[in-house]
Design a protein around this ligand. Structure first.
Ligand code: FPP
Length: 306
């Protein structure tokens, strides 16, 4: 707490900010010599606990979370990450007190409107904002503004921000199945043979733009996924749990995760590089049928025959 206060006051001094940026760029430059994920997703957990620990109003905890998000977007952009997905509001969150739900909706709307209109994020960073989730659950007056945010940034191409709101993976998957079944049975625009992973991606809220997540981060030490990106995580997705509360999540935490991803990717590359080459005989086995093997390769035939 004392350290973060000192850091906060120091960061108000322009020279200090310049030195920090310089050091961050240096570390980012080193990390960029290795593999960088294309798509990173965040479960921004721990805002209320942060408020409680720091004797703040609950709203201040969520505000601090929104500040952290803006910083994380900046780090992501500087790292060359192409897409960030955030779990901004789960369908389960509707069970929270109405005052908290209203606060979250207002905060979300105002931050997204700010990002979409800022010269820094929308114009310089070329950020495109997509609302991912069940829009029928969003109050009309909030939805109107969010639609404008999407329209305003729709043509931007450099950086994608998926805002999951209100979202759960199970709701996404259920809706996707309903849409496909309707097209097969009622509209008859799709045949069953055409159903594959790409078609499912196309009918998910996420769509076909960065459908798989490379790194999923959950803060606050809870080790569960809370119904987030169940379809979008695949065999190569790196899932990490960070012990800091979301408002405390900073540059060092993020770079540590990127380093882990880089280590994992390098390990994968080495495994591919050192895979023993197939011998000439192995290739022949694959190409020939059993009968031919028995006739022409007695040592293999005896193995096959046992
Ligand atoms: C798009 C945008 C600007 C969003 C900013 C606001 C923000 C950070 C929203 C996250 C909301 C949320 C339910 C977080 C989980 O922490 P929690 O409230 O469950 O905290 P706890 O785990 O300590 O109870």
């Amino acid at each position: 707490m004392v350290v973060s206060l000192i850091f906060h006051y120091l960061s108000l001094i322009p020279v200090f900010q310049y030195v920090v940026n310089f050091a961050q760029d240096f570390i980012i430059g080193i990390l960029k010599t290795g593999p960088i994920p294309h798509h990173v997703a965040f479960v921004m957990d721990g805002n209320r606990r942060y408020a409680k620990n720091n004797t703040m109003a609950l709203k201040e905890g969520h505000n601090a979370g929104a500040e952290t998000l803006v910083k994380v977007l900046d780090f992501s952009y500087r790292l060359g990450i192409k897409a960030v997905t955030i779990y901004a509001f789960s369908i389960e969150n509707f069970n929270r007190p109405k005052a908290e739900v209203d606060t979250l909706f207002e905060l979300l709307k105002s931050k997204l409107v700010y990002i979409s209109q800022s010269g820094e994020y929308a114009d310089k960073h070329g950020i495109k904002i997509k609302i991912i989730g069940n829009k029928s659950m969003i109050p009309e007056e909030i939805l109107k503004d969010l639609n404008k945010v999407e329209e305003k940034t729709a043509k931007n191409k450099t950086f994608l921000l998926n805002v999951c709101f209100p979202y759960t993976s199970r709701d996404d998957i259920t809706n996707c199945i309903i849409k496909i079944v309707k097209k097969v049975k009622e509209e008859k625009t799709i045949s069953i043979d055409e159903i594959d992973e790409d078609l499912l991606n196309e009918h998910m809220y996420f769509g076909n733009e960065y459908p798989n997540v490379d790194v999923l981060v959950r803060t606050s030490g809870h080790t569960r996924l809370s119904d987030f990106m169940l379809w979008q995580t695949n065999k190569d997705s790196v899932i990490t749990f960070d012990n800091s509360l979301w408002p405390e999540f900073g540059f060092i935490n993020y770079m540590n995760i990127i380093l882990k991803y880089s280590y994992y990717k390098n390990l994968q590359l080495q495994q591919i590089k050192f895979k023993p080459k197939k011998s000439k005989n192995d290739t022949q086995i694959a190409n020939n049928n059993i009968e031919e093997l028995i006739n022409n390769h007695p040592p293999y035939a005896s193995v096959t025959g046992n």
